[in-house]
Design a protein around this ligand. Sequence first.
Ligand SMILES: O=P(O)(O)OC[C@H]1O[C@H](OP(=O)(O)OP(=O)(O)O)[C@H](O)[C@@H]1O
Ligand code: HPA
Ligand SMILES: [Mg+2]
Length: 184
Amino acid sequence: MNEKDMGADLENVLITKEEIDAKLAETAAKIDAEYADKDLLIVGVLKGAVMVMADLARTLSTPVTMDWMAVSSYGAGTQSSGVVRILKDLDTDIQDRHVLIVEDIIDSGLTLSWLLSNLGSRRPASLRVFTLLRKPEAAKVPIDVDWVGFDIPNEFVVGYGLDYAEKYRNLPFVGTLAPHVYGG
Ligand SMILES: O=P(O)(O)OC[C@H]1O[C@H](OP(=O)(O)OP(=O)(O)O)[C@H](O)[C@@H]1O
Ligand code: HPA
Ligand SMILES: [Mg+2]
């Protein structure tokens, strides 16, 4: 499916590719400064964070190692089930490592809150979070996030890694879907 075919399903473009690129450049500079004298392991949360992880990693000057964790709580719908399942664990032992979790979105916060406690119990030297998107009005649990790309309204968004029923991840921007896609 290409962007044109997906176009009819979209309502609005919320964040353009150019805005994402500029934000990643700005954030990468801050992360570079923070980890200048440290070994950094970045952990991407599959599948949504694939795009932001790949682009952030290439924007950083700091050499990093990369690992992935797959968790899922949304399934095919637009509401978190609240139950986080590990579908793939890290390959790396993170004890005494400096770890930066890279997320595409913090919505209810349930996924990240669970991840922070899970990874925190493995005794990393440090554990920080970068999320591209955050929905402040949707938070069900308070989360301390170190770097946030964009705070967005409480609407279901797709693109740049984010899916609705596994579709739209490959859009290069973040947008909202037209009601007819949800059967509205
Ligand atoms: O703050 P929350 O309400 O927990 O939502 C955020 C999480 O939900 C999405 O993952 P999802 O479970 O859809 O898996 P996916 O990344 O494979 O799409 C998203 O990628 C985040 O990981
Ligand atoms: O708004 C969203 N869009 C796609 N996936 C998500 N997972 C949590 N929130 C969202
Ligand atoms: Mg999803």
